[in-house]
Write a protein that binds this ligand. Structure first.
Ligand code: CDP
Length: 247
C-alpha cells in the first residue's frame, strides 16, 4: 500500500475547502436568462433562450417543453488550444448537464417548445461541468422558468489516499501512475438534498464514497448560498429559490 502521497494540498486549502466562488446573474441582457459562476480560475457562463416552438415539428412533445443543453470550452480556455466545435467530451457533458437540469425544471406548461441552455467556458481549471451546471441553474431561474427546486454542483474526489473537495486541474492530474486521482462530479437538489447527477472517474471504496458524497453535500449547501444571493441581487423577492437560507 505505502504512504499517503497527498497529506497536504499544494494550494494550502483545507481538504473540504472550495476555491473562492463568485456568481452573477443577468450578465447577457439580450438573453432570456443568463449567469456567470466562477470557482478559482474556472469560469462558466450560461445563457438561456426560450421557451420557443421547437423545429423540426416531429421532435416536439405535446405534453411538455424540452430542455436542450450545449456545453463548450472556448479555444483558449486552457494552455493547449482546444479545437473549436463539438467533440465527444463536450457532447457527454452537454447530455449529463441536460439530465441534471431537466430533473428540476418543469416545462409542462410549455408544450411543443424548447428551452436552449448554452454553457461556455472561457477559462478552465477543472470542474467546468459543475461550474457550468451552477451557472445554468441560475440562468434558468433568472429566465423565470418554473423550477421544482434549485441544483448546486461540486467536484469531489480522492487524491492518492486523501478525500478532497473541488479539485483543480493540477490536482486532477496528480498520481496517474500510482493509486491515481478519482474525480466525482456531484449535482445536488436544494430542497430534497437528492443527487441529480453523479459521475465517477477512477477508483474508490464504498465507505470512502459515502464520506466524499457527504463532503459534496456540505459544499453544495455553500454553493447554493452563493447562487441564491446572486439571484436575489437582480430580482429581490420575485424569484423563488427553494432550499437556501433565505427560504
Ligand atoms: O472540467 P471538468 O472537470 O468538468 O471535466 P474534465 O474532462 O475532467 O476536465 C478537467 C480539466 O481538464 C478541464 O477543466 C480543463 O482544465 C482540462 N482539459 C484540457 O486541458 N483540455 C481538454 N481538451 C479537456 C479538459
Amino acid at each position: 500500500m505505502g504512504d499517503n502521497l497527498y497529506k497536504e494540498r499544494y494550494s494550502k486549502r483545507g481538504m473540504t475547502e472550495v476555491r473562492p466562488m463568485t456568481a452573477k446573474v443577468g450578465v447577457v441582457p439580450s438573453a432570456d436568462g443568463s449567469a456567470i459562476f466562477e470557482t478559482g480560475k474556472t469560469k462558466a457562463i450560461a445563457v438561456v433562450r426560450g421557451p420557443r416552438t421547437l423545429h423540426p415539428q416531429h421532435m416536439q412533445n405535446a405534453r411538455t417543453g424540452i430542455l436542450r443543453v450545449n456545453y463548450g470550452m472556448m479555444p483558449f480556455s486552457v494552455e493547449d488550444r482546444i479545437r473549436p466545435g463539438p467533440n465527444r467530451r463536450s457532447e457527454e457533458i452537454s447530455k449529463v448537464a441536460e439530465w441534471a437540469l431537466s430533473s428540476v425544471v418543469d416545462l409542462s406548461g410549455f408544450p411543443n417548445t424548447v428551452v436552449d441552455v448554452f454553457i461556455q467556458i472561457p477559462q478552465a481549471d477543472a470542474g467546468t461541468r459543475v461550474a457550468g451546471i451552477n451557472a445554468a441553474a441560475m440562468a434558468l431561474a433568472h429566465a423565470g422558468l418554473p423550477m421544482k427546486e434549485m441544483v448546486s454542483a461540486i467536484g469531489v474526489g480522492k487524491i492518492d489516499k486523501t478525500l478532497v473537495v473541488d479539485l483543480d486541474k493540477y490536482e486532477d492530474s496528480l498520481f496517474h501512475d500510482g493509486e491515481g486521482s478519482t474525480d466525482i462530479p456531484v449535482v445536488m437538489t436544494s430542497r430534497g438534498k437528492e443527487i441529480a447527477l453523479l459521475q465517477l472517474d477512477g477508483k474508490i471504496s464504498f465507505s470512502e464514497f459515502r464520506e466524499v458524497v457527504e463532503m459534496a453535500k456540505k459544499a453544495c449547501g455553500d454553493i447554493l448560498k452563493v447562487q441564491t444571493r446572486a439571484l436575489h441581487e437582480v430580482s429581490g423577492d420575485r424569484l423563488q429559490v427553494t432550499g437556501g437560507d433565505d427560504e
